[in-house]
Design a protein around this ligand. Structure first.
Ligand SMILES: Nc1ncnc2c1ncn2[C@@H]1O[C@H](COP(=O)(O)OP(=O)(O)O)[C@@H](O)[C@H]1O
Ligand SMILES: [Mg+2]
Length: 307
């Protein structure tokens, strides 16, 4: 049941002056995995995430990105503009502070990656609106970010990370600024939008409850991987219906861009604009209840910096 690797990192080293933030990290991430990266503050989690996501360049090592339908690509050695292109084309990002542009509306923020890809504004926003609705934000498209709750804003950020159909999504403490109920709803939305669609999620988190929902936990200490364990993912399987299809640069008027009145995935919020999204909008489909954490079991034990 092992799927093909999407990211293969080996021997990653990142040095900041005298400080070795990454000290020989090797890690293979497979398609459809949800990987929680955990570790104390300063252990190197964000540095690792940023290297894997081509945000920064490591000083040594190799990172091969094998996006579906594209030739495997070595990311180490790319210059800034090449890395930026890889990020735009194949990767999605969700940060702790959603990093949305406050002067823009929800739909304008979510549409940004499509505008960067050259889509016409109208088409980009139409597609972004489908994703917002799929994430339970129907009716809130034209609110500015400051008019949304923290959880709603983070769902806009999740929509923004999905609109291009990126096969790998990175998240750095995506629920770190949210209360536990909102955190759980946002995590549901994030998992449905990523692994629920066969995509791959790599997520830094401090929160054991969040990590428990992932299919694998990687532990980092002093720039090294000190633990790597698979677990039964408590995550939603593919829901009924499908998420909006990715938009191709060259086909801005493709049928895939056309909005549907009521996206089948996941159910839109029943009362747009009124408080947090109902649990049913972002929760797993019936039969895939999110209460099965008690069945999660660790299937392998920690290994000492060998992966
Ligand atoms: N741009 C930078 N310049 C200098 N030191 C940095 C930089 N980024 C991170 N570091 C240092 O590298 C170490 C790892 O940082 P980071 O990856 O952010 O840790 P974590 O995300 O686990 O808290 C820390 O000691 C941090 O201070
Ligand atoms: Mg960090």
């Amino acid at each position: 049941m092992t799927s093909s690797p999407v990211l293969t990192a080996s021997g990653l080293v990142k040095q900041y002056g005298d400080l070795r933030a990454l000290d020989g990290v090797s890690l293979t991430i497979r398609a459809g995995e949800s990987v929680a990266v955990m570790g104390a503050s300063g252990s190197g989690k964000t540095t690792l995430l940023h290297c894997l996501a081509a945000v920064i360049a490591p000083d040594a090592g190799s990172i091969v990105l094998s996006a579906p339908g594209a030739a495997p690509r070595e990311l180490v050695g790319l210059n800034e503009s090449e890395r930026s292109r890889v990020r735009r084309e194949a990767l999605g990002f969700v940060f702790q502070e959603h990093l949305l542009l406050p002067e823009l509306t929800a739909v304008e923020n979510a549409a940004l990656p499509l505008l960067l890809k050259g889509l016409r504004r109208q088409d980009a926003e139409r597609h972004a609106a489908v994703w917002l609705a799929a994430l339970g934000l129907a009716g809130l498209e034209h609110r500015r970010i400051g008019q949304l709750s923290g959880g709603q804003a983070q769902r806009v950020a999740i929509a923004r990370a999905q609109v291009t159909g990126a096969p790998v999504v990175f998240a750095d403490e995506p629920t770190g600024a949210l209360d536990s109920t909102t955190s759980s709803e946002v995590l549901d939305a994030l998992l449905l939008a990523t692994t629920g669609q066969g995509r791959t999620l790599v997520m830094v988190t401090h929160d054991a409850d969040v990590a428990r929902r992932c299919s694998r936990i990687v532990r980092v200490r002093d720039g090294r991987i000190v633990g790597d364990s698979a677990q039964d993912a408590d995550e939603p399987a593919s829901p009924v219906g499908s998420a909006p299809a990715p938009v191709a640069d060259s086909a801005p008027r493709s049928p895939a861009v056309r909005p549907t009145a009521s996206p089948a995935w996941p159910a839109p919020a029943s009362a747009p604009g009124v408080g947090p999204v109902p649990a049913s909008a972002a929760a797993p489909a019936p039969g895939q209840a999110s209460t099965s954490t008690s069945t999660s079991t660790s299937t392998s034990t920690s290994t000492e910096a060998t992966r």
